[in-house]
Each structure stands twice: as structure tokens, then as C-alpha cells.
Design a protein around this ligand. Sequence first.
Ligand code: C2E
Ligand code: MG
Ligand code: MG
Length: 682
Amino acid sequence: MDLIHTEDEGGAGNSQPPAPPSLLPAYVASVTAVGFVAVVLAVVLTDWPAVAEGLLVGPVVFLAIAAIIGEAKPIQLVLGDAESRSLSTSAPFILALIPVAGVAAAVVVQIVASLTDDILQRRQVTKSMFNIAQYSLSVLAAGVVYSFLSGDSLLAARPVGHVASLGPLLVAGITMVVVNWILVAVVVTLASGERFLWVLRADAQFLVITHLVLLSVGAIAADVATDGVWVLALLAGPVVAAHLFAASGARHAHDATHDVLTGLGNRSFAGYRLSQALTDARNRHADGPGLVLIDLDHFKDVNDTLGHPVGDIILREVGARLVEAAPEDASVHRLGGDEFALIVEGDHARSRDVAANLLEALEEPVKVDSLELLVRASAGIAVAPFHGSDSESLMKHADIALYHAKVERDRISIYSPEFDVNTVERLQLLADLRGALAAGDLHVVYQPQVDLHSGRTVALEALVRWQHPKRGNVPPDEFIPVAENSGLIYTVTSFVLDSAIAQVARWREDVPDVRVAVNLSARHLSDLGLPGQVDAVLKRHGVAADALVLEVTETGIMADAVRADLVIKALRDLGVAIAIDDYGTGNASLSYLRRLEIDELKVDRTFVSNIGSDDHDLIIVRSTIELALALGLRVVAEGVEDAHTADALARLGSVIGQGFHLGVPVPASEIDLAVTTAKGRR
Ligand code: C2E
Ligand code: MG
Ligand code: MG
């Protein structure tokens, strides 16, 4: 019989926190004891010879088998958006057995069916005993009601075969459902601390609709049993059809709510589960649930470098490890991309422990063929009701906490309102930037780099500009870091690269050796796809590779040195020049100058602008220039803000200058390469 069994406590497989100490076991033990005594009495007192006498063997065997199969192979019913429940179809056949073979026989078949299912599902012995007891009590209660209403003997049976008994049988069926419903609702109430009426109500709709249908089938089965097995077999048709339809419905619902790659629940399912957990916690007056968001670090790089099939293997492995490491009461979801979510019962401390376990579970390298890949991740946590009492605000706050964890390299962050000021602004900026890229609100300006001896503009640095509709001009120092953290930097760089190369193609028509310099972010240096991308843009615009200088920073080189070496080498093999930007501000050692093959050094303006007044700066700049020239590098001095500095630099050797004195960044239309800057000439 379906009815409910103890595994469904709390509905939808949501398990509950540990039961309060004494009441639950006492209740379970009492129901079990009463059930077993009742079964023994029913079996002993039944007038078996009377039952056997006119027994319709074929129909009884059919009903018994149908009941056992119905219990072991439940229908998957889809309820609402994302919830599914299994419903066994044994109830109608058990009900039909009451008038056809007597209540004791119906109980015995019910016990066999329940045991079969418990063994298949490997349920605990205590659970199984309780299930058997409460099912038996439900069937016995139905038998008593049926006997009372129909006048048939309770402990013997005679085939109905007439419609007059259908009314009592339906009432008996309802009794069976209600008794079972109450017996199980008490367990859920004791185990979860939820209110009894609430628990009853939670199941009401489900039970009423499904059982009305099933009980009607039971009544018809009892009615036609005398007509033989073949007529009964016709009844199996609708039940099998219901199975098939429900199975396909459940499959569709599963597909709609689950991620195909990992098999985990998807974003909408996570939202559903989260609101369900919120309601549960509220009903129990408990803190929680906690929402733990996990995001893999630099997953894009893995995808780009090793390909999507490898990325997929990693995501699947990560999903499996998270499920393994998550506590039993948590549900694990993949929100999309490399982002996962766990819904955890309990307070901050519990969520943090869970998050720490999850990250630890990811520490073991993932093996893909002969490769051992290190997967690192960050976690952001928000806990109800402290950080929100609905699923949207918890999601938003966990996301902010995750962002904080990434930026601060904390690995695990619990949401705090302090994160908001900064983050909300940044998130807004990020959203606006995404819009600006789509709307074409970014543009590129160019700042000349002037040969201080000849006064010629030998190169131009492309600098991105963003004219925000409300905020006006947003400086790159503000939005570039935000873009870097989100991955949007790839789009920004593509845009700048494309604009700059298209522009240098035009300039080269008149000045064939002029170069354009484009800034790269640290992230690009671990992107093994970059050289190919650069090559494609150069080819698209028909520009030789020596027209392009890519500026990288010391920090970028040091962040992922092995890959940076590979990327830089591949770019230089194309013929593109590499410049070290802001040289002197990073804490990198000089040794990489020897290790790395680079072309240009851009001495940072913090040293350059003061060489006229600060002897120390002059010494540093002079020796840096000497060193760079000796290594065969081109030298660009940044921050040339006055003529005095330009003169001083020119005296130090063959230096290119860049700075407000030589030219501020302007749109390409305002650049005239034919003009030799007197300011730059000695
Ligand atoms: P950067 O690459 O060192 O660019 C030079 C910055 O110094 C520019 O600021 C420029 O306007 C400024 N500057 C030029 N001459 C002088 C001077 O004489 N004195 C002073 N005080 N400053 C001068 P901007 O355009 O605000 O860019 C700031 C930083 O933003 C850049 O520093 C670069 O790191 C980043 N950036 C700009 N455009 C891009 C881009 O397209 N992609 C990436 N990844 N970063 C960019
Ligand atoms: Mg630069
Ligand atoms: Mg610079």
C-alpha cells in the first residue's frame, strides 16, 4: 500500500534534525507493539477454513501480486515545480483483498509487500517494523469499518460481487488512509518539532487527490474479483499506464530541475529547496538554513587551456565530491558554470564547518588521464534569518559573501552588511559595464610615446575610456579591477585590442613603423588561448605583428609564472613585443628580467616624475635605464610631466617618453603623427 511510510517524514525527502530524546522512540515502540499484537490476534482469530472455503484463488493471488509489485515499484509523481514523490499503487489491491479474502489475508499480503519494499530499499529494521505495524493497523481499521458497515464477518470473507458493498468499501479505504496518515504525521511531528496540524495539512492535498483515484480502483477491483483474473487484469491496464505516464512526467520534471552534466539539482531546484528549507525552519522556530555557494577559482583557464571535455570531467568530479562531503541533511546543486550551492540546516557555525569540509574535499587533485589538476574554490555563506528570510535575499547575500571571499582571498566568507557598500556598488558597476560593452559606450584613447631625441611619436598607448550615462567618466583604475574579478576583462581586452589594431592599420598607411601598445591584465597571462586570439585580430586587420606591443605587469608575470612564460613566449614567436608596465612598483626580483624574453621596460611614473628634484629617484631611473639598455631592451619612461624631466631623461640615453608634457591621451582623430614634438627633442 502506498500511504505514507516513515521515510517521507517532513515531505519531499527533506530530513529533519535529531528527534527530541524520549517521545519519538516511545511512540514508535508503542505503535510497533500494538500493531504486532493486533496482527497476531487477527491471524489467530481468523476462521481460516471459512476463508479458504469459497476462496477465489486466482483473483486473490492476482491482487496479492499486484499489491506487492505496486509497493516495490512506486509511481514517481511530480508535484508543483520541482518536488516529486513516490506513490506506491498497492493500496487499491490491499483494499480489494479485505472483502475478497478477509482482513487477515489483506494484512498478511500488506506485510509481505511492505517487507519486500523495505528489503529492496535496505531500510533499518526499526523503521521497517514500524512501517509494518502502522500499515497493519491501517488495514485492520479499514477491515473493522468495512465489516461494521457491510455486515460481513470481520474474520472470514466472502466475495462481494455486488455493487451494494462499494459504499462501505470506499469508507473503509478512507479509514485506511486516514489512520496511516495520522500515525505517520505523529512521527514527523515528534521528529521535526513542527506542529501536528501543520504536518497533517502539508500532506493533505497530495493524499486526498491520489487516494481518491486509487481507492476507486480498489473498489472496482473488489467488485469484479468474482468475474475472474482476466477481468481483474484489465484493471492493471490503467495502473500500468499511470506508471508509464508518471515515469515520463517525472523524467521531464527531473530534466527541467536537474543539471545534465552532474546530475545535481539546478538553480531553480535550489531556489525551490531553499524556500522549502526556510519554511521548515520557520515552523520549527529554528535558525537556518544556511546557503553555501562554492565557486571554482580560475575555472575558465582550465576550460580554455585543456578544453571543455576536461572542464566537464572536473565539474562532474567536483559535484561528486561535494555530494560526498556534504552532510546528510544538505542538498547539493549546480547553479551553472563552475558555481555550486548547498543548503544546510543550522546556524553560522554549522555552515562554516560544512563549507570548510567541502573545500577540503576539493583539495585532492583531480586526475584526468595522466594529468593531476588542482582545483581550488572559494565559498560564500548566508544564513537565515540573519542575512535574509527569503530565498532571493539569501542568494544575493551568499553571492556577495562569495565575491568577498574571492577578492580578499579568504576562501570562506560569511556575509556581513559591511561587504555591501563596496560590493553592491561594484556589482552595479559590473552590471553597468556589461551593458556599456553591449551598447558600445566604451571607447579607446591614445597617448603618444615620443622618442626623446628625435621628437617623433614612435608608438601610442591605447587606454580604455568609459563614459557612464549617470556617473560620467569612470576611470579605468576603478572598473578594470572589477572587470578582472568577473572575467568581463576578456571582453574589455578584446574590444581594446580590436580597436587599437584597426587604428594602427590606418596609421601605418602613412607611418609604416609606428606601434600601438595595449594593456593586458594579469589574468590574460594564464590564458593559453590569447596568442591565437591576438594572431587572428592582426590577420583580420592585415597588420604585421611588430605593430603591437602588449603591456604586462610584474604582478601578472609572477601570479602564474609557468603559464605566463608560455603565453609570453608564444606571443613573441608571433612577432608581438612584450613590455613590462609600471616597472619598479611590483615586488618582483630582477631575476625575471634574465629569465623572461621581453622587449621593453616601462619605468613607472612614480620614479620618473621626480627625477628633477629627487636624487634617489634619479639614481634609480638612471641605473634602470642603463640596465635595460644593456640588456638590449627598449625603455619607455612614464609620467613625463614637464620639459625638465624630458631633458633629464634624454641625457640618460636613448629613451622614449610618455606623459602629459608630451601628450595627453586623446581620441585617435586628434593624433597627428606627421608632427614632430618639439617638446620631445633635445
Ligand atoms: P598604465 O598602463 O600605466 O597607463 C598609463 C596611465 O598613466 C594612464 O592612466 C595615463 O593617462 C596616465 N598618465 C599618462 N601620462 C601621465 C603623466 O604624465 N602623469 C600622470 N600622473 N599620469 C599619466 P589611465 O588611462 O587612467 O589608466 C590607468 C591604468 O588603467 C593604466 O595604467 C592601465 O593599467 C589601466 N588601463 C587603462 N586602459 C586599459 C585597458 O585597455 N586594459 C587594461 N587591462 N588596463 C587598462
Ligand atoms: Mg600601460
Ligand atoms: Mg604604466
